[in-house]
Design a protein around this ligand. Sequence first.
Ligand code: NPG
Length: 373
Amino acid sequence: MSVDAKLEGIELIRVRMPLVSPFRTSFGTQTSKDALLLRAVTSAAEGWGECVAAQYPLYASEYVDAAMTTLRDFLVPALADLAVVDVNLVGPVLERYRGHRMSKAALEMALWDAELRAAGTPMSRALGAVATAVPAGVSVGIMDTLDELVATVGGYLEEGYRRIKLKIEPGWDVAAVKVIRDEFGDVPLQVDANTAYTLADVDQLRKLDDFDLLLIEQPMAEENVLGHAELARHLRTPICLDESITSARAAADAIRAGACRVVNIKAGRVGGYLEARRVHDVCRAHDVPVWCGGMLETGLGRAANAALAALPGMLLPGDVSASSRFYQRDITEPLVLQDGFMAVPTGPGLGVTPIAEVLEAVTVHREWLPVAS
Ligand code: NPG
C-alpha cells in the first residue's frame, strides 16, 4: 500500500446477534453474541476488526465493556504514535499496556485489513497460507440429554463437518463420548473441558482413553501448566492447550514442560494474528500440530480464521464452521461449507465486508474515536 497512509480514527460498533440455538459450555450458556467490531478509517482504505471478548469474563478475564474502555482510553490514543499504517508497528506501540490481548488483536486486525485492502493483498497471502480451503470442524455444546446430542451431531455430520468437538464437564463426559462413538463410529472426535477438571479427576479422564479421541482440550485451569504435564503422564489421549497459551512464549514453555502435544490457536487470545502466526511457527518447529480455534465470530473474524487455518502447521481441522452454525443471518455474506471444507477468502484483506443494512439492524452502540497524529 502507499506507505504514507494515515490512520484517521477507529469506530467502535457494538452488535448483538441472536444465536440459532443456545451454546452451553462448562462456563455458561450463551444465547446471543455480544460482539465488538472495529472500523479503522485510514487515508487509503477502511479496515474491519472484531474483538472476541464476550459479554461476561467467563472464558477469559476480558469482556466487552472492559474492551471498550481499554480501547477508548488507552489503545486507540496510543495509535497516534503510528507514523504510518503498518501492521508490524501496531504491537510495538501497544506493548507498554499490559494484557488486554483481545482488544489489541481487534485493533491490529482492523489496521491490517485496511493496509491489505489498500494494497489489494488477501490476508491469507500476507499470513503465509498454503491452502485454498480448510476442513471444517464443529464445536457441540453440552445438552440436556444424550438423545439431543446424537441428533445434533448427526445433523452436523450430514452438513459435511469433518470433525466433531464435544464440550465436556464433570457429569457430561464419558457417556457423551461413548454415545457418539457408538452412533457414528470412528468419526474424528475430540473434547473440550474449558478448565472444568482438576488432577483429582485423573481416573475419570483416563476413561476417555478408550475412545481414540484426537485430543482433550484444556482439562484444567489456565495457570496450571505443570499440572497438565503431570496429567499427561497418566493419559494416552493427547492434551491440547487453549486458555493457557497466551503467547508464542507460553506455547514454547508449555511444550518444553510436556504440558501439551497439540495447541489450539486463537488470534484474540494471543493478542493478534501476527502473534498467532508466531505461535504456529514455534509449534511447527517442535513438530506440535496446531489447529485454529473459534469464538463464535461474525463473518469478519470467521474469514480471518479461515486464512489462519490455512497455514502449513494447521494439521488438524479447526473450529472453523459455517456462519449458519451460529447465525441465521451473518453480518457479511455467509461463510459456507463445500464438501466439509471452507474456502479461504481471496479478496483483498479479510475478503468480506459487513452488509450495511444487516449491520445496522444488529447494532446497539456506535462510537467514533478520532486519532490525532
Ligand atoms: O466454532 O466459534 C466456534 C466455537 C468454538 O467452542 C468453541 N469455542 O472454548 O473454544 C472454546 C469456545 C469458546 C466460545 C470460547 C466462546 C470462548 C467464547
